[in-house]
Design a protein around this ligand. Sequence first.
Ligand code: IPE
Ligand code: IPE
Ligand code: MG
Length: 243
Amino acid sequence: MAIPGNHKEPQDLHVAIIMDGNGRWATRQGKPRFMGHQAGAERVREIVKVAPEYHISTLTLFAFSSDNWQRPTSEVEFLMRLFHSHLLSEIGECADNGIRLQFIGRRDRLNPALVTLMRQAEAKTAKGENLLLRAAVDYSSREAILQAAQRIRPNQPVSKKQFSRLLCGADPLHAAPADVDLLIRTGGEQRLSDFLLWECAYAELYFTHTFWPDFDKAALQKAMEEFHRRERRFGRVLQTIQT
Ligand code: IPE
Ligand code: IPE
Ligand code: MG
């Protein structure tokens, strides 16, 4: 349904996903947690591939939260190695398929070799126009908001758009992302866990009990169908009931 002032084209959606439930997926099958993370990485591949079919132009994935450092060292180290090897194997394919990679979150606590790879991935895919794929690594939304607020000069008013730009860091390669249209959280929890608090101001929220390693194309389709059934009002009164 058309919303006055909402000129967004349907092919221009920003979807964000909290990819949760890897550990429980593995535990339920009597497997160690790391196997859930491995299976989760495979799902990332699949969902990224089909995203443009659903008119998603920006996909932001929560890969590792700043609070996830508090997990056992062995799990953290496994996740970092998995991220590194997954990225290494996917850069070429992303570049070939017009996928532009960007990373949000802190980089100063990551392994320098990983940071170098992330920078290379961003540079090599910078011309991609089919999908902007943003991975949130060592990411905390409140931290990002604090950092952005500290970059505002005293007595210099900033617009919401400028602030959104500040939120993705100081990197000039980073474009200002659109607000999130749909936030999906897998794994059954109904919370934001410090993810995109500013960007989700008017996002539609979709929670599913499906664990991330089971979240396939059909599950994404179901989420997108639900999204298109939602009536987005942005605080206004719909034209059809205004008379
Ligand atoms: C999400 O799955 C992946 C990361 C947080 C890195 P979890 O590892 O949180 O899986 P559960 O929630 O314990 O099942
Ligand atoms: C959120 O999941 C972070 C990621 C999916 C990367 P968590 O499993 O860390 O969140 P909580 O602890 O359930 O809030
Ligand atoms: Mg979890």
